[in-house]
Design a protein around this ligand. Structure first.
Ligand SMILES: NC(=O)c1ccc[n+]([C@@H]2O[C@H](COP(=O)([O-])OP(=O)(O)OC[C@H]3O[C@@H](n4cnc5c(N)ncnc54)[C@H](O)[C@@H]3O)[C@@H](O)[C@H]2O)c1
Length: 388
């Protein structure tokens, strides 16, 4: 569904006028990228810490942008047509609600929410407001991942997908305090990449997480997990955020074994295939958050459904929550469909807006609620290169 106000607000040409909400480390990255983007420009910056909003904007050379602490008010003053939400995960739903209720489409940083229940409330909210809510899973947008994906697609049925992520990162702030800094803040990227890479969907998981004795994180900085996929293949994942030495790419490194052969991606710029007749063709598109922004603006203008429209992202988040539940239950097998239904009941119990609660209650099931994208007239094809 495309709301007429959205069509009215999204100009067909020129750079889209956006407000960036959250002027922390990543908000600064977005603001600096927007300063050189052909697709959008930051005309407002919002943060609870207004002086921080002003100084982050100024450091990107944006002296004239509107700043403040209210999304709707800054957007109105700045004449903005969309919002990019780069606040901490706990604030994502509240900020998205303010923007969507003000008639502004949103590109929201991952993770969409701390829980599936909060994510489902946002699915219904986007539907009720008729505005586009897209999650920025920026690690889908890499040229070599697109090449790897094409190669994997030529290997036939999958046996197993292995991904490893080993890092030692020091980022004081919310990450070092959270209960599951690896699974919630980092593995969400890798789990989402698995879905992009294979088109296979997760069914169940067994996971174990722990915190190495030298860890500088309060919560579990390491985990291993085995997911069962709908095809019957397995996704075997291992990671840590506090392991110096032999570091992998931030994108993890990947091996896929299938009926016709195998493929490897180092997470950066090395893709190898061991299968007769399967080559590697690296496209050239915009990478990372630039790729994500390009798809958001293209979807708004063309009325197509971006690959990370809010509904489509729920299963990536569900992989995280299911892995955490399994770990907290001693490695018990957790079925994602069951977790989704429990989360819908929780979403209905938590929701305070009558219109959103009524929509959630009307769904036959959570699976029904996330089955059809709310926004966009047609699914955008996932092509190699460009807006993947
Ligand atoms: N895609 C990526 O590779 C990537 C990398 C880093 C961070 N991120 C994501 O970006 C988001 C922000 O991370 P960060 O490292 O910049 O965090 P941060 O703590 O440095 O900054 C967050 C900012 O949000 C502000 N804020 C919090 N609640 C707010 C609210 N209700 N209204 C307005 N402002 C509010 C805070 O004051 C703070 O300035 C997170 O969701 C994180 O997961 C993504």
């Amino acid at each position: 569904m495309i709301d007429s106000s959205t069509e009215h607000r999204t100009p067909a040409e020129g750079r889209l006028r956006v407000v960036v909400v959250g002027a922390g480390a990543m908000g600064g990255e977005w603001i600096r990228m927007l300063a050189r983007s052909p697709h959008a420009e930051a005309v407002g910056v919002v943060d609870l810490d207004v002086p921080l909003a002003a100084s982050t904007a100024a450091s990107a050379g944006l002296a004239d942008v509107e700043v403040g602490s209210s999304v709707a008010e800054v957007a109105e003053r700045a004449g903005a047509a969309a919002v990019i939400n780069v606040t901490v995960p706990q604030a994502h739903r509240v900020v998205n609600e303010q923007a969507l209720r003000a008639g502004l489409p949103v590109l929201c940083e991952k993770p969409l929410a701390p829980t599936i229940a909060e994510a489902l409330r946002q699915v219904a909210l986007a539907d009720v407001t008729g505005e586009l809510l897209m999650v920025s899973q920026s690690r889908r947008y890499f040229d070599h991942l697109a090449a790897f994906r094409d190669a994997v697609g030529a290997l036939g049925p999958l046996a197993t997908v292995n991904a490893q992520f080993f890092h030692a990162d020091h980022e004081p702030g919310f990450r070092e305090q959270m209960a599951h800094p690896l699974l919630v803040d980092m593995s969400i990227h890798h789990f989402d990449q698995l879905r992009y890479l294979t088109g296979d969907e997760p069914v169940a998981v067994r996971c174990s997480s722990w915190n190495p004795p030298w860890s500088w994180f309060a919560g579990d900085a390491a985990a291993s997990a085995e997911f069962e996929l709908a095809s019957g293949a397995r996704f075997v994942y291992a990671g840590s955020r506090c392991t110096p030495g032999l570091q992998t790419s931030w994108n993890a490194d990947w091996r896929v074994y299938a009926e016709r052969g195998a493929a490897f991606w180092d997470g950066d710029d090395v893709v190898r295939v061991d299968a007769d007749g399967v080559g590697i063709d690296v496209p050239h598109g915009r990478e990372g958050i630039e790729g994500s922004l390009e798809e958001f603006v293209t979807a708004l203008r063309a009325g197509t459904t971006p690959q990370n429209e809010v509904r489509a992202n729920v299963l990536s988040l569900a992989m995280v929550e299911a892995a955490i539940r399994s770990s907290e239950r001693g490695g018990e097998r957790v079925v994602l469909a069951e977790l989704l239904e429990e989360s819908l009941a929780q979403a209905i119990a938590d929701e305070r807006s009558d219109d959103v609660a009524a929509l959630l209650t009307s769904w036959d099931s959570a699976a029904d609620g996330i089955a059809t994208p709310a926004w966009g007239s047609a699914p955008a094809p996932i092509a190699s290169g460009g807006a993947r």
